[in-house]
Design a protein around this ligand. Structure first.
Ligand code: AMP
Ligand code: MG
Length: 456
């Protein structure tokens, strides 16, 4: 089951979870949705492309890193024993028998009274057991050596201890060790480690292809000339950007007209060519809301009223490809903010699960004090669009503007959602609230959220 795309475990195929339910909580909805997703099969890809993806196998070191003992400094490789009486006033003279840059091996064994001039990263010559940096020799004292001329003799100013400035073989990674367990999320440093192990590709759970379908006769594609009475489709693009941001590969389909034929055709196309289908609009009560009708005919479907605001109506179902592979479908509300919020709360965890990041989807939650009154009249869990200020010890939040579900600009200014529980009618100014940080690193709106940057 695990390696088959988009199948769901045979123990959870009962219809129970997608049958219509009265009013369910956000958490219940998320659990029912996540039950139908599984991580996708592994794929071997170039290491840089694997950023933020999850390893499908243990990564085992085939050799030591570093592969050979080497010098951590530019200097002279010596026998520590030879330097035991060396001091600045009575330096020890050694004869220089060679020069060793990084990437070369010194081919003979160093004898007592001898030294090899050596550069950072070069393997330690046989017979030597310490590196004396240039700074502790006469190297820098001589005008003649400013141009890197190779000396025939060197004066050692200090007593070197055995192992000084030597990086032992396997200091970082020992051959045979598990460097990354399967299930590791790859960041830039993990990718650097893979490269140090000589790997140029890595097996990770593949990214889901997520088809995005907007529905409605009123919709125009951005770029098209404006027509009176119409609006531009923003949902496809906001959702596609979220999909990309969460690690999926978005695929925007053509806009569906409010006809059974158009919708059926596009949904079938979407299902055949994706791992997950997202539609927006047409799930509320409206004369032209056909998504429900089409979905009920084409797939296994449930319609939920989720106890949240914005974004109450939600459809969730399963379609089956011609091949028999099953494709989950999430039918989001049409209002732009509702679509983005529901996708944040339900689509993000689903994509993370397909990527194999089972427990990584939750955002950071912080407690903050509100500077604006947050009003909640509907008895649903309200997610207020806010900007968070984390400059002071206790963060504060302020509303970003009008909170109705069609106001996209207040969404575009938000760096967080402040949660007003369903049983709370208002959070007064100065009162605490729980806040989901959706945008801690990227302050897209361009105003300074934090002054902490000045500290590093
Ligand atoms: P509906 O669910 O079809 O009743 O749509 C609810 C509201 O969302 C209506 O005002 C629609 O015009 C609007 N809407 C639906 N789809 C989109 C979209 N793709 N982009 C922008 N607004 C939309
Ligand atoms: Mg509509």
């Amino acid at each position: 089951v695990e390696n088959t795309p988009n199948t769901y475990s045979s123990t959870s195929t009962s219809n129970r979870s997608i049958l219509p339910t009265d009013m369910i909580s956000v958490q219940e909805a998320r659990n029912l949705i996540l039950e139908k997703f599984t991580r996708l099969e592994p794929i071997l890809i170039p290491i840089v492309e694997a950023i933020d993806q999850v390893t499908a196998k243990d990564v085992i070191a085939k050799f030591d890193i570093p592969p050979h003992a080497n010098t951590g400094m530019d200097g002279y490789a010596v026998k520590a024993e030879d330097t035991k009486e060396a001091s600045f006033s009575q330096p020890k003279k050694l004869s220089v028998i060679g020069y060793l840059p990084a990437g070369k091996i010194f081919n003979s064994t160093v004898m007592s009274g001898q030294a090899v001039r050596i550069m950072t990263g070069a393997p330690i010559p046989m017979g030597t057991d310490a590196i004396v940096p240039f700074e502790e020799t006469d190297e820098y004292r001589e005008e003649t050596n400013q141009n890197n001329k190779i000396k025939t003799e060197v004066l050692i100013d200090v007593k070197a201890s055995v192992g000084a400035n030597i990086r032992p073989a396997g200091e970082d990674i020992k051959k045979g060790t598990v460097v990354f367990k399967k299930g590791t999320i790859l960041g830039p440093a993990q990718i650097a480690v893979l490269a140090s192990l000589g790997l140029n590709s890595i097996s990770v759970h593949r990214r889901p292809i997520v088809a995005v379908l907007s529905t409605g006769d009123e919709l125009l594609n951005p770029g098209e000339p404006y027509i009176n009475g119409k609006i531009y489709d923003s949902n496809s693009f906001g959702l596609a950007a979220q999909i990309k941001n969460f690690g999926g590969t978005p695929k925007i389909l053509n806009i569906a007209k409010d006809t059974v034929e158009s919708l059926t055709h596009l949904i079938r196309d979407g299902v055949e060519n994706a791992d997950f289908l997202i539609t927006s609009a047409g799930v509320s009560r409206g004369d032209f809301d056909l998504v429900k009708t089409v979905l009920a005919k084409e797939g296994q479907i449930g319609f939920w009223t989720v106890q949240m605001k914005p974004g109450k109506p939600l459809a969730f179902g399963i379609f089956t490809k011609k091949s028999g592979v099953q494709v989950p479908h999430l039918g989001l509300p049409g209002n732009p903010v509702s679509a983005m919020l529901t996708f944040e709360l339900f689509g993000r965890p689903a994509i993370f699960k397909m990527l194999g990041k089972i427990n990584a989807w939750p955002r950071s939650l912080v407690n903050a004090i509100t500077k604006d009154k947050i009003i909640n009249t509907d008895g649903r869990r309200f997610y207020a669009r806010v900007v968070i200020d984390e400059t002071n010890e206790t963060p504060t939040v302020s509303l970003t503007g009008k909170q109705s579900s069609g106001i996209l600009t207040s969404m575009s200014k938000a760096t967080a959602f402040a949660i007003c529980p369903s049983d709370t009618t208002a959070i007064e100014v100065g009162q605490p609230c729980e806040v989901i940080l959706i945008d801690r690193e990227n302050n897209y709106y361009g105003e300074s959220v934090s002054t902490l940057a000045s500290e590093y």
